[in-house]
Design a protein around this ligand. Structure first.
Ligand SMILES: NC(=O)c1ccc[n+]([C@@H]2O[C@H](COP(=O)([O-])OP(=O)(O)OC[C@H]3O[C@@H](n4cnc5c(N)ncnc54)[C@H](OP(=O)(O)O)[C@@H]3O)[C@@H](O)[C@H]2O)c1
Length: 342
């Protein structure tokens, strides 16, 4: 086995550790889990985590991953992990309605990057499609991914936006996400469909994410813009576990939940940490503004506990990965963006 293959196998293990709480949860679940838009950065590991949890609980339920599967490799890997796959374009009404019924839907399709210049595509996927899915699966419970970007920037002195704070999306990506949330709320109330809306920022694994982006910038001596001076992150495996267990919180009207880690992380501090581990002095441009995109996820922490992978572990793992020239998805997070253009 090549070194890269070994690294990827180790990463997959780190992303799909099944907690006792997750085993307990899936033990009680009343049917299959259908993951819509499963072919992206998070979906494959979420589907495998759910599969492993069912196996650990000794429960014979299916996990079905639906996506266009732009990557055949992802489809094949899911298949060999025991996840059933269905190739479908959710925007195609006929294909959407021919999907199987399932009591548990995790809805992950969305578009952020490439919005500028193709705004209509983003609005269709993030605002229109949630309505179609809500109607198609009106008799199921639905956990839908949204984004922490629905909030305005808040003071860096604060603990971040809470679920009860008024939204204030900046730019069309963020606005289309809030639009998707409103449409889901409408259909939840209209059809009595229990739902959860997850406002996530930012999932982290070793091939992408804020830590990956900052680590590579430090190592390559690329200047790091400090205007967005603080961020929140969560290990992708922990975010995926919250998404599965959130099926148990589905309600009418939808429960809204911020999903991220407990730390307000200074980008300057983070770069300095990677600099220390690499023996490289980070290069900075600009300085911290008084506001940043920050979420307070204490409601999720009260319900599900703190994320199990700690920030210092994530930093160490990412540093080792980057130092070994580990594979990258080449999908920068653009966490520095302050104008909402993605
Ligand atoms: N990762 C993060 O840190 C983060 C932060 C905030 C919010 N979110 C949101 O959380 C969700 C999951 O995150 P992610 O990082 O996995 O997103 P992602 O990488 O954008 O994955 C979403 C996947 O949905 C699938 N999809 C898109 N249009 C589709 C269609 N018409 N029919 C079927 N499948 C379609 C695509 O896979 P195929 O090409 O296989 O169809 C795409 O890769 C997304 O909505 C994302 O915007 C993520």
């Amino acid at each position: 086995m090549s070194q890269a293959a070994r690294m990827l196998e180790d990463l997959e293990m780190k992303l799909t550790v099944v907690s006792p709480a997750l085993v307990n949860f899936v033990h009680e679940i009343d049917g299959d889990i259908l993951v819509l838009g499963a072919g992206g950065k998070m979906g494959p590991s979420l589907a495998k985590l759910a599969r492993r949890a069912f196996e650990a609980a000794g429960v014979s339920r299916k996990v079905v991953a639906v996506s266009r599967f732009s990557s055949n490799q992802v489809k094949a890997e899911l298949g060999s992990a025991g996840v059933e796959t269905i190739e479908a374009d959710l925007m195609d009404e006929e294909q959407l309605w021919s999907l199987p019924e399932a009591p548990n839907i995790i809805y992950m399709a969305g578009q952020k990057f490439g919005t500028t210049g193709r705004e209509q595509q983003t609005w269709a996927l993030n605002t229109y499609l949630p309505g179609r899915v809500a109607l198609r699966y009106r008799r199921s419970r639905i956990v839908a991914f949204s984004s922490g970007n629905v909030y305005p920037f808040v003071s860096v002195e604060s603990r971040g936006s809470k679920e009860t704070d008024p939204p204030g999306p900046i730019g069309e990506y963020a606005q289309s996400r809030l639009g998707g949330e409103r449409i889901l709320q409408y259909f939840s109330l209209r059809n009595n469909t229990p739902m959860v809306i997850l406002r996530l920022n930012y999932a982290v694994e070793l091939r992408y994410g804020v830590l990956h982006d900052v680590a590579w910038a430090v190592l390559r001596r690329t200047p790091i813009d400090l205007r967005m001076g603080y961020v929140n992150v969560i290990w992708q495996g922990d975010a995926n576990e919250v998404a599965i267990r959130a099926l148990g919180l589905a309600s009418v009207p939808p429960t809204v939940l911020n999903v991220t880690g407990p730390e307000k992380i200074s980008v300057r501090w983070l770069a300095a940490e990677f600099g220390r581990l690499f023996g490289v002095e980070p290069i900075f441009v600009n300085s911290e503004e008084d506001t940043a995109l920050l979420s307070d996820a204490s409601k999720a922490h009260e319900m599900f506990g703190y994320p199990r992978v700690r920030l210092d572990e994530m930093i160490r793992w990412v540093a080792e990965w980057v130092r070994s020239n580990g594979p990258s998805l080449n999908r920068p997070t653009h966490f520095q963006e302050r104008e909402g253009r993605f």
